[in-house]
Write a protein that binds this ligand. Structure first.
Ligand SMILES: Cc1cc2nc3c(=O)[nH]c(=O)nc-3n(C[C@H](O)[C@H](O)[C@H](O)COP(=O)(O)OP(=O)(O)OC[C@H]3O[C@@H](n4cnc5c(N)ncnc54)[C@H](O)[C@@H]3O)c2cc1C
Length: 385
C-alpha cells in the first residue's frame, strides 16, 4: 500500500507514524511545504485528558511531547481592571508548535516514514500512484482545492480581527484579559509554552477595528498598539512575530470527508477556532480514528466509510461548540457589560457544553466560591437557582 500524506502538521505526522508502525510494509510519505525548522504560530496547549487518551495509543510519542511541555493549572481572567484566578484540575500542558512537529517528525523517521520537507503539493499529478491520499494540509487545504467538486467547502468569515504573537518571556500566570481602550474592546490570551517564552493571541471586535483606527494601521503599528495597551502584563517584554498577520478567521467546513482514495483530516476537514484550544488534539484524534479504520481491514473505500462513521458525530459536536464559542467572542462587547463573576461564568459556559455539573468538575474552586452562594441567594429570593 502506498500512502501520500499532504501536510506535516500534527494530524499528518501522527497519522503517518501510527499507520507505518501498524503496517511496516506500507510506503508512507509525508509532503510538507515548510522547511524542517519552520512553522507558523508559537505554543499550543494539549490538555491532560487528551494526552491521557493519546498516550493509550502511542505512549512513546505522548511521553516525548509531555517531556517538552510546561504545565499550568491556573488561568487569570481579567475584565476592565478586575481579575479572578481560576484553578483547573485538568493540568494543561503547553508546547512550542515547532517542537511538537520536530518530535513527531523524529518519531516518524524512527518507524520508517519518509517526511519530505520543502515540498509543496500543487496538482493532482503530484499524487499519482498512491492508494491513499490524506489531506492533512490545514485550513487552506490544497487537497480540497485540487478536487473542489469532491470536497465542497462552507466558509463563514468572522468579523473579529486577531493576530498570533509570541512574547520573549514566561508570562505568569496564564491569562485572558478583556480590556477597554479608547472605546475599543481588546482581548489578550497568553500562556507560557517554554522556559522564557509565551504565546500571545491578540484580538478585537469589528467595531474596535474601525473605531480605533486599526483598519488604517500597518501590522507594525497594530503590534505597537497592543504592546502599549498590554504594557503592564508584558512587563517590559516584546511581542515576537512569526507570520503574525492581523486577519479575520475563516470558519471552514468541508462538506464531504472522503472521495475515492482521498480523505481529509484535521483542520483541512474543519478548522478549529483557537478559542476552544483543541485544534491540535482534534487533529491527532482524527489521525487515530483514520488509523483504526484502516487497520480493521477491507478495501480503502470501506475503511474510509468506517472513519467517517466513527468520527463524524464527535466532530459535529465540536463544530457546534466551536461555533458557539466564536459567536460569543464576536459579541464580546455585549458580554463585557457585566460584573466579573457573571462574565467569567458566561465565558466558561459559552459553548453550551458546560452545565452546572461540568463546571463544578472543571473549575471547582470558582464554582464553590462564586456560583454556590449565587444559587443560595437566588433560592432565598424565590428565584430559580
Ligand atoms: C492563534 C491560534 C492559536 C491556536 N492555539 C491552539 C492551542 O492552544 N491548542 C490547540 O490544540 N490548537 C490550537 N490552535 C489550532 C491548531 O494550531 C490547529 O487546529 C492544528 O494545528 C491543526 O492541525 P493540522 O495538522 O490539521 O493542520 P496544520 O497544523 O495547519 O498543518 C498543516 C500542514 O500542512 C502544510 N501544508 C499546507 N499545504 C500544503 C501543501 N500544498 N503541500 C505540502 N504541505 C502543505 C502546512 O505547511 C502545515 O505544516 C491554534 C490556532 C491558531 C490560529
Amino acid at each position: 500500500m502506498k500512502i501520500a500524506i499532504v501536510g506535516g502538521g500534527p494530524s499528518g505526522l501522527f497519522f503517518a507514524r501510527l499507520i507505518k508502525r501498524s503496517q511496516p510494509g506500507a510506503e508512507v510519505r509525508v509532503f510538507e511545504q515548510n522547511a524542517r525548522d519552520a512553522t507558523y504560530g508559537f505554543g499550543v496547549v494539549l490538555a491532560g485528558p487528551a494526552r491521557d487518551r493519546l498516550r493509550e495509543v502511542d505512549p512513546e510519542s505522548v511521553d516525548a511531547l509531555t517531556e517538552a511541555m510546561v504545565f499550568s493549572s491556573t488561568q487569570k481572567i481579567g475584565l476592565n481592571g478586575e481579575a479572578l484566578l481560576l484553578d483547573y484540575p485538568g493540568n494543561s500542558g503547553a508546547i512550542a508548535r515547532l517542537t511538537l512537529l520536530q518530535i513527531l517528525g523524529r518519531l516518524c523517521a524512527d518507524v520508517g516514514v519518509q517526511v519530505v520537507h520543502d515540498r509543496r503539493v500543487e496538482h493532482a499529478g503530484d499524487l499519482d500512484g498512491y492508494d491513499l491520499i490524506v489531506g492533512a494540509d490545514g485550513a487552506n487545504s490544497v487537497v480540497r482545492g485540487i478536487w473542489p467538486e469532491a470536497f465542497p467547502v462552507r466558509t463563514q468569515q468572522l468579523d473579529n480581527r486577531f493576530a498570533w504573537y509570541g512574547v520573549d518571556r514566561a508570562l505568569k500566570p496564564n491569562a485572558l484579559i478583556f480590556r477597554y481602550h479608547r472605546g475599543g474592546c481588546f482581548i489578550a490570551h497568553y500562556y507560557t509554552y517554554a522556559p522564557g517564552l509565551s504565546t500571545f493571541v491578540a484580538e478585537c471586535d469589528a467595531q474596535t477595528w474601525t473605531a480605533c483606527g486599526l483598519d488604517r494601521m500597518t501590522d507594525a503599528q497594530r503590534k505597537a498598539l497592543i504592546e502599549h495597551i498590554y504594557a503592564d502584563v508584558l512587563d517590559g517584554g516584546r511581542l515576537l512575530e512569526n507570520k503574525s498577520v492581523w486577519r479575520r478567521f475563516d470558519a471552514r467546513i468541508a462538506e464531504r470527508w472522503t472521495d475515492g482514495r482521498a480523505v481529509l483530516i484535521g483542520d483541512a476537514l474543519r478548522v478549529a477556532h483557537f478559542s476552544i484550544g483543541s485544534g491540535t488534539r482534534l487533529a491527532m484524534d482524527d489521525a487515530v480514528a483514520l488509523h483504526d479504520a484502516l487497520v480493521e481491514g477491507g478495501s480503502v473505500a470501506e475503511a474510509l466509510d468506517r472513519f467517517v462513521a466513527a468520527r463524524k458525530p464527535v466532530r459535529d459536536l465540536f463544530t457546534d461548540a466551536t461555533a458557539r464559542s466564536y459567536a460569543w467572542y464576536e459579541d464580546v462587547r455585549g458580554a463585557m457589560q457585566t460584573d466579573l463573576v457573571s462574565f467569567v461564568h458566561d465565558f466558561l459556559t459559552r459553548t453550551g457544553r458546560v452545565d452546572d455539573e461540568r463546571l463544578k468538575a472543571y473549575a471547582p474552586e470558582f464554582y464553590a466560591r462564586h456560583i454556590v452562594p449565587r444559587h443560595a441567594h437566588n433560592i432565598a429570593l424565590g428565584l430559580s437557582a
